[in-house]
Write a protein that binds this ligand. Structure first.
Ligand SMILES: Cc1cc2nc3c(=O)[nH]c(=O)nc-3n(C[C@H](O)[C@H](O)[C@H](O)COP(=O)(O)O)c2cc1C
Length: 278
């Protein structure tokens, strides 16, 4: 009886081993602008760990349920991790058992390969309480061939909040240096933009306080920055000075006051006159 039992256990062990040997191992195919990993079964995770040249971890990307994952260095890595130098790929089961350990790729040599140098990217980020700046922002985005992001206040401004002939919310905020109205939404991949164009209405001669919240949230240091505004009649120079003071390490090229009749061509000409090229 004992012998039959041990024979049975032995057979089960052989069957289990041959089943796991049949399960295809993840397969890596390294190209000059991308790497593909196939045979990722549906319970597995592909993990890409991205390092800089100081061997410090810059970020981690996780791919799940893909079967085959293709990681394009110039589309998927360098725009988010500019200093990426080296990448390690792992495949783990959902029980966190390694199925493929640390496959290293020296990705920096592939930067910009196949003519796919990451294009310089521009974002128009604007706040508009009553829609005038929004219209101008859309023209700026078209003129600059840029992505667009509306800075949405967590608490929207009602018309009572904007009634500047009263003790309204907007006036109270402008009179309070520390007021930082919160922003409801978030910019994806802010790091991938090298130029930021900020649009706002003029409130009491300058930028609304929510633009300070924006500058607290997103570091403009080293970015090329342009601003634009709409207003009843005030110019933009005080607003530009305030942005310069608050973000001294931004490369602030200047600001343009526009109106609802400003055209895309006028914006293009202004941008180019201020060193913008894409
Ligand atoms: C609280 C507040 C203060 C304002 N202060 C000024 C100002 O100092 N100078 C000016 O020309 N317009 C001022 N305006 C008018 C706005 O700048 C103008 O209506 C702008 O185009 C509104 O843009 P939006 O529709 O994108 O919010 C003020 C408006 C508000 C609500």
């Amino acid at each position: 009886m004992k012998r039959i039992l041990s024979l049975f256990i032995f057979m089960i062990a052989v069957i289990t081993m041959s089943i796991s040997a049949c399960a295809a191992a993840p397969e890596i195919n390294e190209g000059t602008s991308s790497v593909s990993v196939s045979n990722i079964s549906e319970d597995d995770f592909l993990i890409a760990a991205i390092y800089n040249n100081n061997k410090a971890l810059e970020g981690v990307k996780v791919y799940k349920n893909t079967g085959e994952a293709v990681i394009d260095y110039n589309k998927d890595i360098f725009p988010s991790y500019e200093d990426a130098d080296f990448m390690k790929l792992f495949v783990w089961t959902d029980k966190q058992q390694p199925k493929m350990t640390a496959y290293g790729i020296d990705i920096k040599k592939y930067k910009g390969q196949d003519g796919e140098t990451p294009a310089s990217k521009t974002l128009v980020a604007y706040f508009s309480a009553t829609g005038t700046t929004k219209t101008l922002a859309e023209k700026f985005a078209a003129a600059a061939d840029a992505d667009i992001f509306e800075i949405v206040p967590t608490e929207p401004y009602t018309s009572a909040d904007l009634n500047y002939n009263s003790d309204c919310r907007a006036n109270r905020e402008q009179n309070d240096d520390t007021a930082r109205p919160t922003i409801a939404n978030t910019i994806e991949n802010f790091d991938s933009y090298d130029t930021i164009i900020i649009g706002h209405p003029i409130w009491w001669g300058t930028i609304p306080r929510i633009i300070y919240t924006f500058m607290d949230t997103y570091d403009l240091s080293g970015k090329n920055v342009y601003t634009f505004c709409t207003s009843g009649s005030s110019g933009i120079s005080a607003a530009v000075s305030d942005v310069k003071k608050y973000a001294p390490n931004a490369n602030l090229a200047g600001g343009m006051r526009g109106t609802s009749s400003t055209t895309e061509d006028e914006i293009k000409a202004w941008l180019e006159g201020n060193g913008y090229n894409k």
